[in-house]
Design a protein. Structure first.
Length: 358
């Protein structure tokens, strides 16, 4: 299996690329916070951040007030959330594509997005899970995403060990069932236009509900799962060879496939909990990284995480600034950007996905 079919090859270039992307991510985070519908003085923005993080500056001028609230409680939290969600979606996309050995796979191919949508729909229209607190819609979406993943695994393991083909077929079935259930509920329970609009906003994705408390957990989950998958580079590479070849090399992929699906579902579930359904990030970003750096998961996982974080961060900036007095749902923008990029990748005559060219 050729793992070096990218444009950029060699360990020095890989290390330099990771460091460069880290620098771009930090610079983007500091620069993007200055963009928004409300014009703020750049100096005031950074003085607020310095005071809030290091307690440097005037507490009365930069510790409270409208400028402080806009920067610290609105703009910066959603940008940090974009970093965590973007990294989570990109890494889960890498893993999903390896699990099912399918370059068309993304984090939602196994019915996860449909399960999350069903959970959110039931919560919004019927108030199910209201006892879980003010974030109960997100909690129900997370539970729906995780439950759909478990259903996919149960179906895929029925009658024998789960394979990549059985996972794809099971995911398609679960996705269809959850999607049909959501549509049926919306059609029958047509008693509140506000509730239906809320369901629509949830399924289109948004970072507007970002909070520092939930951001912390999103970052911990994203970083922890990324590091975990980075240690699994050999097994992920073997998945591109297939089960028979992996067994001859002494590795049974069945249990690893189930474990990776659970961890990836955890990533996707937390992303859905915090930001709703955002498509195409986990589909396009891994393909771009493979095209540039090859299919070795040692490089693919960390670079995809960084590129996904940077992409979603700037996508959020665009959503907040493209339209006057309104915010474009981020799921719409990522689809508008991701679909043409994916069409271009499919139209390429030479594109490697593992052992050969597809």
């Amino acid at each position: 299996m050729d793992l070096k079919n990218g444009v950029f090859r060699g360990k020095p270039i890989y290390i330099l690329s990771v460091l460069l992307l880290l620098a771009v991510l930090i610079f983007s985070l500091l620069w993007a916070v200055t963009f928004g519908a409300v014009e703020l003085d750049v100096g005031d923005v950074y003085r607020v951040i310095l005071y809030k993080t290091l307690h440097i500056g005037d507490a009365e001028a930069h510790g409270s007030g409208s400028i402080s609230d806009i920067v610290w409680f609105i703009r910066l939290p959603r940008l940090v959330l974009a970093v965590g969600v973007g990294a989570a979606l990109a890494v889960s996309g890498v893993v999903m594509q390896a699990i099912v050995k399918n370059p068309l796979a993304d984090p939602y191919i196994l019915g996860v997005s449909s399960g999350a949508s069903l959970g959110a729909t039931v919560a919004i229209l019927f108030g199910v899970g209201a006892a879980l607190g003010e974030n109960y819609v997100g909690v129900m979406a997370f539970l729906g995403a995780f439950a759909s993943s478990l259903c996919v695994m149960l179906l895929a393991n029925a009658g024998g060990k789960a394979t990549s083909i059985k996972l794809i077929l099971s995911g398609t079935a679960v996705s269809s069932i959850c999607g049909a259930a959501s549509s049926f509920i919306l059609y029958v329970v047509n008693n509140s236009s506000n509730a239906i609009a809320a369901v629509g906003r949830w399924t289109m994705g948004s970072l507007a509900g970002a909070k520092w408390e939930t951001n912390l957990w999103m970052l911990i989950i994203a970083l922890g799962c990324t590091l975990f998958f980075l240690t699994q580079q050999r097994t992920l590479n073997l998945m591109l060879l297939g089960d028979e070849s992996a067994i001859t090399l002494g590795t049974d992929l069945h249990r690893w496939r189930i474990l990776y699906l659970l961890v990836a579902s955890l990533l996707i579930g937390f992303a859905v909990f915090n930001a709703g359904i955002i498509g195409f990030v986990g589909l396009v970003v891994p393909h771009v990284v493979r095209m540039l750096f090859g299919t070795d998961h040692k490089k693919l996982v960390p670079i995809s995480a960084l590129l996904g974080a940077i992409f979603l961060l700037w996508a959020d900036v665009a959503c907040r600034t493209l339209l006057d007095r309104t915010e474009l749902p981020i799921g719409i923008l990522t689809s508008m950007i991701g679909a043409p990029c994916f069409i271009y990748l499919m139209a390429r005559k030479r594109y490697g996905f593992g052992g050969g060219e597809n």
